[in-house]
Design a protein around this ligand. Structure first.
Ligand code: PLP
Length: 393
């Protein structure tokens, strides 16, 4: 008999998003007279910035000529891309060496792979509700997970107790699904705790481009001590509309070492063993997206989503509904009325207001009884949904 990884049997069935998609499309099919207001989307609507399109065209043309053609590339990323990412961090006065920066095919890939650096016995803490990959990839690896819940009382920004005893912590700020973001002072508590415990923080910064408040850090490395205890995983998916392009970066600082080993060296070894890098064309596109002009052009798209956040937040405030998010992240998170479950409230809003959102149950523990609204919908849909929410809530 073949011995397979039976840990996969520990995973929650993957029915949540299937059920969600099927329910929404069944409703759409049954009611062609209604236009659905899609506030469940976690995807950007594009298009890519002109400066990125131009870089893509140039790179394709380079690949068409023998003298400028590129074959296999360094697995860890091309120098120009690693330098562009390091320069991007300079905007927040974070000094990274390009050697600390590793190219990836997006945050999801590296959130899955980062576990390779830790032992099967590592105790893993996930702050929840959360993007499901943190829990699921660790379950696949057979690790025990400790769940630290975000609640209304802690503002969905849980903090470490001094005696918290784990090896690895996943933090996501700005957060999907709750839209909350750690301030410098709060995040510093995690950094200090991790350094005191010799733990490692995996910091998911996928939504950093949405931050509007001055006291919210874009990178964990803005905080003293973070270079000694954190790996940061980010991507251009939400920053530059690259969800369909697949390009990201992971930062493993040279100063991060545990048990006498450099995690940066380990990650380099891991990447060169398990991957063959990312295409030349994509890395040129990424370099363009992170250039001053790329940043300027991409801000316009982000600003559209931020405006949706403002519209939804204003509606909920007028309706006197408690919520988090909508300001530093493209999501708002709110409790369901009258003790309804996330699914019940989802059904109710779909049937009565044609609003499609995401039940909190999809984000693990602490998600029950909440729903997530996304700011990635069309402006017109968002405005209509905001008006209907004000009437219903
Ligand atoms: N991390 C969080 C918190 C996300 O919400 C997502 C995608 O929605 C990802 C990571 C994955 O992003 P990527 O497209 O870079 O794989």
């Amino acid at each position: 008999m073949t011995r397979i990884n039976t840990e996969y049997g520990q995973l929650p069935p993957a029915f949540f998003f299937t059920r969600l998609t099927e329910t929404i499309s069944a409703y759409g099919d049954a009611h062609p007279e209604h236009k659905l207001l899609r506030l469940g989307v976690g995807d950007v609507s594009g298009p890519l910035a002109p400066v990125v399109i131009e870089a893509l065209r140039r790179a394709v043309s380079e690949q068409s000529r023998p003298e400028t053609f590129h074959g296999y590339l360094p697995e860890v990323g091309l120098d120009f891309y690693r330098e562009a990412v390091a320069a991007y961090y300079g905007r927040w006065n974070v000094r990274l060496s390009p050697e600390d920066v590793f190219v990836s095919s997006g945050a999801a890939d590296d959130l899955g792979a980062v576990g390779n650096l830790f032992s099967r016995d590592a105790r893993v803490l996930v702050t929840e509700p959360a993007y499901p990959a943190y829990v699921d990839t660790n379950l696949m690896a057979g690790r025990t997970i400790i769940h630290l819940l975000g609640t209304r009382e802690n503002g969905f920004l849980p903090l470490p107790a001094a005696d918290l005893d784990v090896d690895l912590v996943y933090l996501c700020s700005p957060n999907n699904p709750t839209g909350t973001a750690y301030t410098r002072a709060k995040l510093q508590q995690w950094v200090d705790w991790a350094n005191a415990r010799q733990a490692v923080i995996v910091f998911d910064a996928a939504y950093e481009a949405f931050i509007q408040d001055e006291d919210v850090p874009h990178s964990i490395y803005e905080l003293p001590g973070a270079l000694n205890c954190a790996i940061e995983i980010c991507s251009l998916s939400k920053t530059a509309g690259f969800t369909g392009m697949r390009l990201g970066y992971t930062v493993v600082p040279g100063a991060l070492a545990r048990e006498g080993l450099s995690l940066r060296d380990m990650w380099k070894q891991d990447r060169t063993t398990r991957t063959n890098g990312v295409s030349y064309i994509l890395q040129r596109a990424g370099q363009a997206a992170l250039s001053p002009e790329g940043i300027r052009q991409n801000r316009q798209a982000v600003a559209r989503y931020q405006e949706n956040g403002r519209i939804l937040a204003e509606a909920l405030t007028k309706a006197d509904v408690w919520f988090t998010g909508g300001r530093n992240a493209p999501y708002l998170w709110l409790p369901c009325p009258e003790g309804k479950s996330g699914w019940e409230f989802f059904d109710c809003l779909l049937q009565t207001a044609q609003i499609a959102l995401t039940p909190g149950e999809g984000f693990g523990q602490g998600g029950e009884g909440y729903v997530r609204l996304s700011c990635f919908g069309a402006r017109e849909d968002t405005e209509k949904a905001a008006r209907r929410l004000m009437e219903i809530l």
